[in-house]
Design a protein around this ligand. Structure first.
Ligand code: HEM
Length: 271
């Protein structure tokens, strides 16, 4: 069996099977961890300068890949005019570089900050490495094997379609340069490790985050029959009222304002 058959034909099916089976398994058995656990409260400066460019860059690049995959004829038509091809390639390159800068910043943060290291898992580092390989080989392909957006739809997309149709035709990509083949194989490796990494947050899209109220009012009152007090009669936070230590035994009235949390305990409460 040739290495092309192994890595471009068999490995994709193995990887996608692992992704689907283990993804469902983790979602059912370990649902609480189905997110990208945050370390923002440990270090926020580098996180911002890493995460924001990485996400804007990689999402734009991936949307480009997806458009090429879904409407290859549209991309072919677009690239028919040279100036449009240049615009597409330069834009993709710029966003790819943006993703790389963000990714390197994130890697430095995770490797250098002792507080972040404490909450990092081995899989976090494996993921960072594979994402770096993916981004660097993509940029390498874009820079040295022009014009990638053109032959992506002529070679890579038919290859992907053939896999999805369970009639694999690796001939479309077997002759591509090694770096580009690594780009493709590494994509399947990312699929395989997907359920074991923080990438799972991709399938728990923050829909509720997008539609969240900009301000949340939290209200805890045990006795639902008792009318709410006039806020003017309540002791203020500066008078000693605050988040109660025994919510189960007290009446707590609180609200989030634009300036912060204001809470008060009803005067009858014994905390
Ligand atoms: C089988 C799946 C994939 C194939 C066939 C593929 C193919 C390609 C090709 C042909 C290019 C060069 C495009 C150009 O010259 O403009 C490219 C670029 C790139 N790819 Fe991929 N890619 C795949 C998956 C991915 C994934 C999953 C990522 C990220 C996680 C990624 C990240 C990039 C980046 C950052 C670039 C450089 C920016 C650009 O010019 O588009 N690719 N890819």
């Amino acid at each position: 069996m040739s290495s092309d058959v192994l890595f471009l034909q068999i490995f994709p099916y193995v990887a996608v099977t692992i992704m689907v089976v283990m993804g469902i398994y983790r979602n059912v058995n370990d649902r609480f961890t189905y997110s990208s656990l945050s370390s923002q409260f440990l270090e926020n400066g580098k996180l911002f300068w890493g995460s924001v460019p990485f996400h804007y860059g990689i999402i734009t690049v991936l949307v480009g890949h997806l458009i090429g995959f879904l409407i290859p004829t549209g991309v072919k038509a677009w690239n028919g005019v040279p100036v449009r091809l240049y615009v597409l390639e330069i834009t993709a390159l710029a966003f790819g570089l943006m993703a790389l800068i963000g990714l390197v910043t994130l890697a430095i943060r995770r490797l250098s900050d002792p507080r972040v290291q404490v909450v990092s898992t081995g899989m976090d580092f494996v993921l960072l490495l594979l994402l770096l390989v993916q981004t660097v080989t993509g940029l390498w392909t874009a820079v040295f094997y022009r014009w990638g957006s053109g032959w992506y739809v002529q070679a890579a997309v038919p290859y992907l379609y053939s896999l999805f149709a369970f009639k694999p035709q690796i001939g479309y990509v077997a002759g591509l340069p090694l770096v580009t083949k690594i780009h493709i194989i590494n994509f399947w490796a990312l699929c395989a490790i997907f359920p074991f990494t923080r990438l799972v947050h991709l399938v728990s899209l923050p829909f509720t985050y997008v539609t969240r109220p900009y301000q949340r009012v939290i209200w805890y009152r045990r006795d639902t029959n008792r009318p709410a007090p006039n806020p003017g009669t309540l002791p203020s936070v500066s008078q000693g009222a605050g988040v109660p230590t025994g919510l189960g035994h007290s009446d707590f009235y609180g609200r989030m304002t634009n300036t912060g949390w204001q809470g008060a305990i009803h005067k009858d409460a014994a905390v």
